[in-house]
Design a protein around this ligand. Structure first.
Ligand code: PCA
Length: 325
């Protein structure tokens, strides 16, 4: 009896220990608003980890750039100011062209192709992130990118001089090549930017336009299916290395679930949000053939520029993607 009670007491101590002394709170900065499907996926991922580790790691999400602004999230995690966070991958294209692999115009224009392209790029992305003291946990695509305007646009000439909200290098370059004026603005701030005339157009998904109610300022959405960029969740490398195998397994398992669920949401959300833009009063439909041809030509220029910047590693990603077709 005595022996058994000692065992029980020891077990009780271990449980108390894991719920008390070892419990950690992980703040998770995210750039997009709480209503966005990426943020919803992140919130469920956080819950999954908290439950899966029995509360040893409690992840608390901070959407809308409330803890760190979008552009500061990666650095905050690299330097250990936050253990985990989410960011638009192509937002780092100015650091390394490889990060812009998902914003090459007309290379991968469907969810299936975007998944193949990600598969082709993932080992290289992981290598680069590891060198930067970061561990890639999961990545979820945005729906296909189309063009938003405040007027009817049938040709690139109609875009001349328009203020264009950009979110990465590729979008800024697209603005330059179409004669527009790029201004970099986080999605969390675009409603205000459009309302005050800081920008009058952008390229983005129906999801972002719907989430930010852009019909209050803009009138047209042209389906272009230019590319499907990704958000990714990263963990600080030192924090990761300090975890035991059981916790790493929970994080990996929850990440796999989040990637699947988030991608499913993105697919489901595509038509739903285009319908939402229409319901808001916008004209929604495919770009005309003439405009498409002009955009394709610009896309070829941008593809060439990306391949020049991304070198052999970039070419290997594109070749490996093409071999999957
Ligand atoms: N929404 C994000 C990136 C791509 C998208 O569809 C944004 O506009 O910032």
């Amino acid at each position: 009896m005595k022996k058994l009670s000692t065992v029980i007491a020891a077990a009780a101590f271990a449980v108390a220990g894991s719920a008390g002394a070892m419990a950690e709170k992980w703040d998770m900065p995210m750039a997009y608003s709480a209503s966005n499907f990426h943020s919803a996926t992140g919130a469920e991922f956080a819950k999954c980890v908290t439950t899966g580790t029995g509360g040893d790691i409690e992840i608390v999400t901070h959407p809308s750039g409330s803890l760190f602004k979008g552009g500061d999230i990666k650095r905050a995690i690299q330097t250990g100011q936050a253990p985990i966070g989410e960011r638009l991958l192509s937002g780092h294209q100015n650091e390394n062209a490889i990060f812009g692999y998902d914003s090459i115009p007309f290379l991968a224009t469907s969810f299936d192709d975007a998944a193949k392209l990600y598969k082709a790029a993932k080992p290289t992305l992981e290598k680069i992130l590891t060198e930067q003291n970061l561990v890639l946990l999961y990545a979820v695509p945005w729906p296909p990118q189309g063009l938003y305007f405040k007027k009817e646009v049938n040709a690139v000439a109609d875009m001349k001089g328009i203020k264009f909200r950009s979110y990465n290098n590729a979008t800024a370059r697209l603005a330059e090549l179409t004669g527009m004026l790029p201004v970099q603005i986080e999605a969390a701030e675009i409603s205000q930017a459009f309302a005050t005339g800081v920008a009058d157009s952008m390229i983005s998904s129906g999801a972002t336009g719907y989430d930010r109610k852009v019909w209050e300022s803009l009138t047209h959405f042209y389906e272009v299916d230019a590319w499907l960029p990704r958000n990714y969740v990263m963990v600080n490398g030192d924090v990761w290395n300090g975890l035991d195998d059981a916790k790493k397994s929970v994080l990996r398992g929850c990440a796999e679930l989040a990637e699947y669920a988030g991608t499913w949401r993105a697919v489901e959300y595509t038509q739903f949000t285009l319908n939402g833009l229409k319901a808001g009063g916008m004209t929604v439909g495919p770009a005309g053939d003439g405009l498409k041809d002009e955009l394709r030509a610009i896309g070829e220029t941008m593809t060439k520029e990306w391949l020049d910047a991304a070198g052999a590693e970039g070419k290997a990603i594109v070749d490996s993607f093409k071999a999957m077709q």
